[in-house]
Structures are given as C-alpha cells and as structure tokens.
Design a binder for this molecule. Structure first.
Ligand code: HPA
Length: 253
C-alpha cells in the first residue's frame, strides 16, 4: 500500500497517566539510538484514523524514569529524525491558579524554567558560532490554537492561557515555593516542561503542551498529595486528552 505523504507528522510525548494510546494502531516499535543516547523508550510508529503518528512515553514504559533523569535531547532528536514536524507534549501538572482544579485541561502560552543541571541544549560542542534561539514565545501559537479549537469542538473545558512553571523535582514543591511561583505569575507547575520545549525549538519543531491538572499544587488543596490521588485525577483528564488527540490529528495532518 502506498502512503500518501501528509503535510505534517504529529508526534505525541505522553506524560504521567498517558503511557499508551489505545486509539493508536501500532505499525512498528523502533529502538532508536541518537548522538545523545537512547530515548526514554522504543519509538512507536502508528496511525490514528489513517494518519501517521509517533508516540513516545516520556517516563518510559512502566513509568520508571524520573523527570530529572529523562534524556530530553535523545527524545526530541529521535522524533525529529523519524520525520515529526509537530510535537504535542502531554503533561501532568499541579494547579496553582484557583480555577485550574484537578482534571482541567490547560494549554499554556508561557513558561518559566526553574530546573537546574539538566542538559538543555544541542548547541554546545563543535559550533562555528554561538547559537541563541528566540524563545520569547516558547509554544507554537498555530499548534496551540489547533488544540484549543479541538477542545472547544469536543465541548471539553480548557484554559487557553497559563504560565507553566518547570520545577526540578522529583519531590513535589513546598507551599512556600508554590506561593513564590504564584508571585512570579505561574499558573500551573510540572517537572518535565523544560528543557523539552527549548530543545524542540532548537530543532525547529512546532511544539505545544496539553497539560492535565492532576492535583491542587502544594498548600492549595485540602488533601495531602499522594501518587494515588494524582493518578486517579489524571484518569479523567487523560480520557479527555485521548479524545482531543484523536480529533487533533485531523487538524494537524
Ligand atoms: N508539582 C509538580 N509537578 C507535578 C505536580 C505538582 O504539584 N502534579 C503533577 N506533576
């Protein structure tokens, strides 16, 4: 069968709560080596409704790689090498802003990077000149709008503007840290948004994030934060995310 070349090939990076896509018809799983080492897992090449999609679980199968140990460079490189031009990053987050409660979907438009000691660039060796990418607007606006439109077509409630705080982890934050993030203007908090977004920009990939609020951020909710609570809240949010992905693919391809 001859494949008609699509205009855009979408790659999905699945976060906590999204280690597989049941709507995805798997064509092959590929173990990839990159100049930066191995990605988090074999790359899944598949189709959703006849459109080509790549899928990579950020934390590996079985959710075994913590945020600060993820090989972000290998992940983004592998997707680019496999022909992706758009990347949808799905990420679990804590909600800082009052209206961003558990299960809510959020498409951030800004981020602040609080991570440290992660390798955060491809441009460090063998350069003929120093490279500084423009990162004023870290997410691709056209892709963001497609995600927002898809949510609205599906009547799924979505926050269309938010600043994502990328923290180092793997521990969750203190309530004073969340107060500080709020004073900085952050609305949601997660541990994997950076350097992933910047690396995608360095490789000229269109990159946007669909965040799912798993919990009220530290000191904001009445319950103490547990992995069980995070995972159960994520179930509903990720069910919506799967619906968004299935429809988004038509808008992108
Ligand atoms: N903080 C940081 N990362 C997270 C959180 C949180 O509260 N919830 C899910 N990922």
């Amino acid at each position: 069968m001859q494949h008609i070349k699509t205009m855009n090939k979408l790659a999905i990076i699945g976060g906590t709560g999204l280690s597989h896509l049941d709507t995805l018809e798997i064509i092959k799983r590929e173990i990839v080596q990159t100049p930066y080492g191995e990605p988090s897992a074999p790359l899944v090449h598949g189709e959703i409704e006849g459109r080509e999609v790549l899928f990579l679980p950020r934390h590996g199968y079985g959710h075994i790689i913590p945020p600060h140990k993820i090989n972000y460079r290998a992940n983004i490189w592998a997707l680019k090498e496999a022909g992706a031009d758009c990347v949808l990053s799905v990420a679990a987050v804590g909600g800082i802003r009052d209206d961003l409660g558990p299960q809510k979907l959020v498409v951030p438009d800004q981020l602040i990077d609080y991570t440290w000691s992660r390798i955060n660039t491809y441009f460090e060796e063998g350069l003929s000149q120093v490279v500084h990418i423009d990162f004023s607007y870290p997410y691709d606006e056209a892709l963001r709008q497609k995600i927002i439109q898809t949510c609205s077509d599906l009547k799924i409630d979505v926050a269309t503007k938010a600043t994502y705080a990328a923290t180092q982890g793997p521990r969750l934050e203190t309530s004073a840290e969340i107060d500080r993030l709020e004073r900085d203007g952050c609305d949601i908090v997660g541990m994997t948004g950076m350097p992933e977004a910047a690396l995608a920009r360095e490789l000229e990939l269109s990159y946007a994030c669909l965040a799912v609020v798993a919990n009220a951020a530290a000191g904001r909710g009445s319950e103490s934060l547990t992995m069980e609570m995070i995972e159960s809240n994520l179930k509903v949010g990720m069910d919506n995310t799967r619906k968004v992905i299935a429809k988004l693919i038509r808008a992108v391809a």
